[in-house]
Design a protein around this ligand. Structure first.
Ligand code: HEC
Length: 469
């Protein structure tokens, strides 16, 4: 494919497509005689402009779908050429109208905040795709389109997962998947700050997602051993294979200090907001959890080595921290852990965390810029609200997360364009709904495959000049 200024191309043709729609509507008000559509219509209907793959749909597909939908991509079909796009036109219309594609779980109609690099299609993009399909998916005049070039992450340092040949676990919940964790030493000698990341899978057909957990090698886990000892023991359990299994976190018993690196196909460079960064001690390691996926069992025998680029700075304007909080998991520490009974189609669980319970009370506030909602296989919906009081002592309530159709396959971290302030008098409230109709046994909270979580990860930024220690 020719190298051309793709980003410019998209904008230009989108503007044109929208202008055409607008013109058409104007025309309709006076007369429908200039309509190019063959559908019969009443004077109150608007006629969609004549649309084509190359002029109208391909710019959207290349921007929003092709990172996954191309030969060698993780999706089963390609959408970067006319023939495939035409063959899958009806399926594409159905998926974009239902908002199941592109994968983006957060409600994004503005009712729950606005997000950086929002993956959801805009309503006008959905309309263009749907109208094009209704018009018989015409081709138009072929043009050269190029993927948008990646934004840069200056002075990033490269780390790699080992070259690894995954095997489908073949278990009920991960028939065609393997989750594997690898410890990556960061080699920091002084305290420094993690300020951004980029993940580049080596074998795009295999790598479905990557979560990078921060683990302090010296931190003592529940069994009284250090994180390093726990990881070494896990690693030693399969001497013939690298790493260790880890379905939902950094592995059984490994204490984690947040998950600042979250990547799924389509995630670009992430530069943490507000010129902030997460302080790292020399004892911090990154544990990369890689979810290898074999669509329909294909691609077995392939190997992957994923590159994780991390940006460090020795100073930042504002310190940040990444934290995972889960009121459901916390009940494990009580005498009566919360149990999800089997056979219930809608089992809600709610938990709350008051500012005064966070251990952050020494600070005037923190600004929450990023959220990472997380449940396992029984999760259906996820809602989080951040309440507080404003300068006039009025109660406020902000939607912190809203997922109407949870999908364990698509773990995403959502960075907002404006932060949410969490401070004195405030509280974070989370509600998860679970469907246990497929289970015959009660489900306990936990990190395992068949356990559940109602977790939210937060990327929180401290006021300028403040630190946690
Ligand atoms: C982040 C990766 C990704 C992006 C971006 C993405 N898809 Fe998908 N798509 C997938 C995967 C993976 C599947 C396979 C089903 C699954 O795993 O959910 C899929 C499945 C589909 C299917 C169903 C194919 C079939 O077998 O019938 C259609 C249609 C589709 N996507 C259309 C789109 C369109 C249109 C866009 C852009 C507007 C898009 N997708 C963006 C990853 C993606």
């Amino acid at each position: 494919m020719a190298r051309s200024n793709f980003a410019h191309g998209i904008k230009a043709s989108l503007v044109i497509a929208l202008a055409m729609t607008a013109c058409q509507e104007d025309n309709d008000e006076s007369s429908a005689s200039t309509s190019t559509s063959t559908t019969t219509q009443t004077s109150t209907n608007t006629t969609p402009a004549a649309l084509s793959y190359w002029q109208d749909v391909a710019p959207i597909y290349f921007n929003r779908c092709v990172s996954c939908h191309q030969a060698g991509g993780i999706a089963p079909i390609a959408l970067d050429n006319y023939q495939d796009a035409k063959n899958f036109a009806q399926a594409a219309k159905a998926s974009v109208v239902a908002r199941t594609m592109p994968p983006w779980l957060m409600t994004s109609d503005g009712s729950c905040g606005e997000y950086i690099d929002e993956g959801a299609l805009r309503p006008e993009e959905i309309e263009i795709i749907a109208n094009w399909v209704d018009q018989g998916a015409p081709e138009g005049t072929p043009t050269d389109l190029e993927h948008p070039s990646r934004p840069d992450l200056p002075e990033a340092q490269s780390f790699h997962t080992p070259l690894f040949t995954p095997m489908p676990a073949g278990t009920e919940l991960s028939e065609f998947d393997e989750y594997r964790c690898f410890a990556i030493p960061l080699g920091r000698t002084d305290t420094s700050f993690l300020t951004g990341f980029e993940v580049l899978p080596g074998e795009k057909r295999l790598v479905h997602h990557v979560v990078g957990y921060l683990v302090d090698a010296n931190e003592v886990g529940e069994n009284g051993k250090s994180a390093l000892e726990i990881m070494n023991a896990l690693d030693a359990e399969s001497p013939d294979r690298l790493g260790w299994p880890c379905y939902a976190d950094a592995g059984e018993g490994v204490p984690v200090g947040g998950a600042p690196v979250v990547w799924a196909p389509g995630t670009s460079v992430v530069q943490f907001p507000a010129q902030s960064g997460i302080p790292l001690a020399p004892s911090h390691m990154l544990v990369a959890q890689v979810h290898y996926n074999f669509p329909n069992g294909e691609n077995q025998g392939l190997s992957d080595q994923t590159e994780i680029r991390l940006q460090f700075k020795s100073n930042v304007m504002r310190q940040a921290f990444s934290v995972l909080v889960d009121g459901l998991l916390d009940t494990l520490g009580s005498s009566t852990p919360h149990v999800i009974p089997p056979g219930v189609s809608d089992h809600p669980f709610s938990w709350g965390l008051k500012w005064e319970e966070t251990g952050l009370e020494g600070l005037p506030y923190v600004d929450i810029w990023g959220v990472f909602p997380h449940m396992h296989e029984l999760g259906q919906t996820f809602e989080a609200t951040l309440s507080g009081v404003d300068a006039n002592n009025q109660a406020t309530s902000t939607c912190a997360a809203d997922i109407e159709r949870w999908d364990f396959e698509w773990q995403l971290q959502y960075f907002r364009t404006e932060p949410m302030r969490f401070g004195p008098g405030g509280a974070l409230n989370v509600t998860c709904h679970f469907d246990s109709t497929g289970r015959t046994e009660p489900t306990l909270p936990g990190w395992g495959t068949s356990n559940e979580m109602c977790l939210i990860g937060l990327y929180a930024v401290l006021p300028e000049g403040r630190s946690l220690r």
